[in-house]
Design a protein. Sequence first.
Length: 404
Amino acid sequence: MKQIKMKRFLFIVAIFIFGIAGKMKAQLPETVSWEPNIKMDKHLYPSYIIAGASVAFKDQGDHYFGEPKGLLGIDISSTYRFAKFKLEIRADEIADPTVYEFTLPHDKRRETFFVFPNINYRFQQLKNVKQPGPLNVIFKLYVDGKEEEERTETVKLHSINDCPFMIQRADNSIIDMKWMFAAYVNEHHPMIDDILREALNTGLVEQFSDYQMVTASSKDELYRQTIAVWTALYNRKLTYSNTVTPSLTPGSNITSQNIRLFDEAIKSAQANCVDGSTVFASIFGHIGIEPFLVLEPSHCYMGFYTSSRMDTSEYLCLETTLIGNRKINESMVDSASLAYLMGLFSPEIAKTNKNAIIAYLYALNVGTARYKADLPNILANDVRYKKIDIAYSRKEFEVFPIAY
């Protein structure tokens, strides 16, 4: 009997002790730990923000809150069970204040979560960033309405002309972002109308139309239109500027390329291989001829499809760096091919524009041969080579032109 009473006593004591311990545990202070998280090594690229505004990124998992492609956010862990969190992020030079409210799963306390709001960027302001420089980003976290802390991080804000296209991870694997080059193709730029008017004034073409006037048996109209565009830029004395070598962004693992916007290349009358290729791709896209860009180590040129929009097997390519070369002469091209192109126009018009037509044919031969040589590497997914189909980038990736 005494043993039974003793067991009851010990049982009651145990319940009491565990109850006290439970209350003590419940009364322990609830805490939160957080740090700002700025992706891309604390480098902000306006071109990437604009071009990728509608790009769909895959879900990041149940520990990720907010925007999958977000660049500004926080890492957070907490012992709170049902707290309401509010994150405020301010980058006043390029965005309006952004507020994001969230709760963390109470059954995953002390686990780290990643919170990236959809930042209220001022896209026009981003487009006008011409010089890189420092930018302060302010983070404020509120817990149940009470401000936890304010923290400031300084990032490098890049020029709109800086195009990031490759990131090397710590394990040396590569994030390929060459789709970014499509953002510098702007088929809706208002200056294109001026160039097309100049192309019409050459007399090489009476009007601009797309593949509706290009049949399977004849590409005459396609040649007329592309020659007219080439000649308009040739007459503007657009010259090649050899400033294309990609560079690793200092202090980061990001490879970027400086690219002029359409109006910058036209007004300066200078273009490196990327500038020139995006200019031609922009104009061709505007008149309905589907263009693509081709990237190889330290070089870029462009191509266009010569048949229906559904057929990508028929193409031609242009070595756009030759647009300003005045040393190209008749001896450098095939006489039969030149006779065919000259025969597309009246003798007077052909004679007036002969030098431009010769340069066009030479650029066509060089570009198309180059693409045929690069194609095996492209098909093998060699990271150094890439074909960027502009229509595909617009449709599948929703890549916006930067100067929209």
